[in-house]
Write a protein that binds this ligand. Structure first.
Ligand SMILES: Nc1ncnc2c1ncn2[C@@H]1O[C@H](COP(=O)(O)OP(=O)(O)OP(=O)(O)O)[C@@H](O)[C@H]1O
Ligand SMILES: [Mg+2]
Length: 221
């Protein structure tokens, strides 16, 4: 049964000599690092060095070809599909480069995805959604369809959805790539608050201003 499979007790990451190959092409090899809850860590490296791929491996969407990676005490290579799905649904928050929103849905409908497995009742859900939207400055946009929003507004909708989910592990793929300075500061400020509240935040980025605001940097390539 799904309920019987363990969720992570802690979202620390311990990577031991990990590597990833696509066919004969090696992206990274022998990579080792430890990251703890409460940290905000930058993942940096040239385009094509495998930042997105590493985030996908940590987020259980792709698999390593070398080494071991533990999430808390759990060796991810030993998780079955059901356990992976459960951790992905309940404890991992992705902020995708392309926002990962459903364009034809309203902001509100997109936020519902984060609450799909929550026990909250209707009114409580609505209040939580309103609070998250206020926090990212979109309080008045709840019923608008995503395709009518600007890139920055879409990114902030994705951030509101992340806030609602309150994941232990946050994997953000170039979250400020297409944002102006103010919006980028909002996004990084909120991610930093998530780390202060105890999440482990991993951010792939080319932006030196983001790197500066992280506790440390892991380099690829
Ligand atoms: N499923 C796949 N099959 C084969 N090659 C892949 C696959 N996914 C990614 N790659 C290759 O792996 C390399 C790394 O891709 P990745 O997207 O992880 O890089 P990145 O560091 O995130 O780059 P960017 O900074 O441009 O986003 C690329 O050359 C890409 O073509
Ligand atoms: Mg990438």
């Amino acid at each position: 049964m799904e309920q019987a499979t363990p969720l992570l007790t802690e979202a620390s990451i311990t990577a031991n000599g990990i590597g990833k190959r696509f066919g004969t092409r090696r992206l990274w090899t022998g990579l080792s690092f430890v990251a703890h809850p409460g940290e905000m860590v930058a993942l940096s490296g040239p385009s094509g060095s495998g930042k997105t791929t590493l985030l996908n491996c940590i987020g259980l969407l792709d698999t390593l070809t070398e080494g071991t990676l533990h999430l808390g005490r759990q060796d991810i290579s030993r998780l079955n599909q059901r356990q992976k799905r459960r951790i992905f649904r309940h404890q991992t928050g992705f902020l995708f480069q392309n926002y990962g929103l459903v364009d034809s849905w309203t902001v509100d409908q997109n936020l519902d995805i984060a609450l799909a497995y929550s026990q909250l009742r209707g009114r409580e859900k609505t209040n939580k959604k309103l609070a998250a939207l206020d926090r990212v400055g979109l309080g008045s946009r709840r019923n608008e369809r995503v395709f009518t929003l600007s890139g920055g507004e879409q990114q902030r909708t994705a951030l509101a959805r992340l806030l609602l989910k309150q994941p232990k592990l946050i994997l953000a793929d170039e979250p400020t790539g297409s944002l102006d300075r103010d919006n980028a500061d909002t996004v990084i400020g909120i991610l930093s608050e998530c780390a202060e509240a105890g999440a482990l935040v991993l951010i792939s980025t080319h932006d030196p201003r983001v790197v500066e605001q992280c506790d440390r940097t892991i380099f690829l390539g």
